[in-house]
Design a protein around this ligand. Structure first.
Ligand code: RBF
Length: 165
């Protein structure tokens, strides 16, 4: 079986064209060195696969905890086909890390099911800044690019299954 690699090294032939899709990006302002690089990777990837710039609404929220609410607001006001949530939570000395990570993971899952719309979890949850840098354009790719690829694939699935109905 083919070795599972990260999606930053994806096969372009397997990615649906995005010309008909509207895909939002919500980015947390905490750890901006990381989240800005991930958001740029996501934006460049969506444009590369044909999503029109005017069909990529962007929003910033204060921290990762607010990503779910930001995504909900974007979905209610812009009727996106998918939303990519970008954040970076770095382990600190208190239990805040656990609460934020669990809240945003559950929040995004619930929102996605409730809205019947792909909401993509591009949130790094790392032990330190170096692990985050490695995943925001470093040796482990850019998880913002991977979020965009995932969004395009999920939009493609929706289109395929809706047209089969
Ligand atoms: N937000 C992040 O996106 N990443 C973090 O690493 C992060 N660490 C936090 C640590 C503490 C102690 C606190 C109080 C907040 C942190 N936040 C972080 C902000 C959080 O996501 C949210 O914006 C605030 O808790 C306000 O709801």
């Amino acid at each position: 079986m083919e070795k599972k690699v990260n999606l930053s090294d994806h096969d372009p032939n397997t990615i649906p064209n995005g010309a008909d899709f509207k895909i939002g990006i919500v980015t947390a302002e905490w750890n901006p060195q990381i989240t800005d690089a991930m958001a740029q990777g996501a934006l460049d990837t969506l444009l590369h696969y044909g999503v029109k710039e005017e069909n990529i609404p962007v929003m910033h929220v204060p921290g990762s905890f607010e990503l779910t609410h930001g995504a909900q607001l974007l979905l209610q006001t812009t009727h996106c086909d998918a939303v990519i949530c970008i954040g970076c939570v770095i382990q600190g000395e208190t239990r805040h890390f656990d609460f934020i990570c669990e809240a945003v993971a559950n929040g995004i899952t619930n929102l996605s099911l409730q809205e019947k719309c792909p909401v993509i979890f591009s949130v790094l949850t790392t032990n330190d800044m170096q692990q985050a840098l490695d995943r925001a354009g470093g040796k482990h790719g850019n998880k913002g690019i991977e979020g965009a690829i995932t969004a395009l694939k999920m939009c493609g699935l929706h289109k395929q299954f809706r047209s089969n109905k």
